[in-house]
Design a protein around this ligand. Structure first.
Ligand SMILES: [Zn+2]
Length: 271
């Protein structure tokens, strides 16, 4: 079941239409007292950006929102490019959802031009099936791919399990995460990841929250869990080291905003 997203754009109003301009993994924003803001079409015209192939992705406070990819960088008077991954917690949740949705869909669409079943060209499906593409020849319909992954804060008495994944900067620790296998429940994925990556057993797996992470198409599903047994034995193919840390002795952790940091903050602030 796919919920309908209203894909009928509001009436054109350049001063009241948001444009999400992406360049690699960055988005063009206006500077607003330290809090970035999405630019309007008028801002984008002032920046001398030619609007082409913009994708309508929804509306924000009655204003249409469009996304597009910029081929080469430009200077932005009164604005700048910011890493999209650093926006959580710094812009409104609805604006963030639209920016993540636009980035996700635009990048997915690059690999959705041709039918995977018969090789013919895919067309945009009806508006009632949001963002879907359909093959004109064989009728195969596809939707933007979403890859679910679990992320989990394991607590052992007054300590939290943090690890250094080998894809992170040196000395940077976070909670563990991993992709879900086909046929696997979220809870079994949490148990398997912890068993495989650090050799421990947990119980009391509780849902915490979720966050889309469109780099390129992840949905992070967060849990808390209680340590039961096992000594930490690191799987070196995934992580460099792991250990138990108390709230008053945390190592370098992810910046505020993302779900990993929210889990660590939950641990640090709980009784
Ligand atoms: Zn086909």
């Amino acid at each position: 079941m796919h919920n309908a997203v209203d894909l009928t754009p509001p009436a054109a109003n350049p001063g009241h239409t948001y444009m999400m301009i992406f360049y690699h993994d960055e988005i063009a924003v206006k500077n607003g007292n330290g809090r970035p803001k999405l630019p309007s079409v008028l801002d984008v015209i002032n920046w001398s950006i030619e609007v082409a192939d913009a994708q309508y992705v929804g509306s924000l406070n009655g204003a249409g929102c469009y996304g597009m990819i910029l081929r080469s960088p430009v200077k932005l008077a009164g604005g700048c490019f910011e890493k999209l991954a650093q926006l959580p917690g710094r812009i409104g949740s609805q604006a963030l959802e639209l920016a993540f949705r636009a980035f996700h869909i635009i990048n997915w669409a690059k690999s959705a031009d041709f039918c995977g079943r018969c090789g013919e060209r895919m067309l945009v499906a009806s508006a009632s099936r949001a963002f879907a593409r359909q093959c004109a020849a064989c009728g195969c319909t596809i939707y933007p791919r979403i890859s679910p992954a679990v992320i989990v804060a394991v607590v052992k008495e007054d300590k939290i399990l943090l690890a250094r994944p080998n894809r992170f900067p040196p000395l940077h620790h976070s909670v563990l995460s991993g992709f879900i296998n086909p046929g696997e429940t979220l809870e079994n994925c949490v148990r398997r990841e912890l068993r495989e990556e650090v050799g421990i057993v947990v119980d009391q797996i509780r849902y915490f929250g979720s966050q889309p992470w469109p780099f390129p198409d992840v949905l992070m599903i967060a849990f808390t869990a209680r340590y039961v047994s096992g000594e930490i034995a690191v799987n070196q193919s995934e992580i460099l080291s792991a250990g138990w840390f108390s709230a008053d002795n945390l190592p370098a952790i992810p910046a505020y905003g993302g779900i990993a940091r929210q889990l660590i903050d939950w641990f640090a602030n709980k009784d």
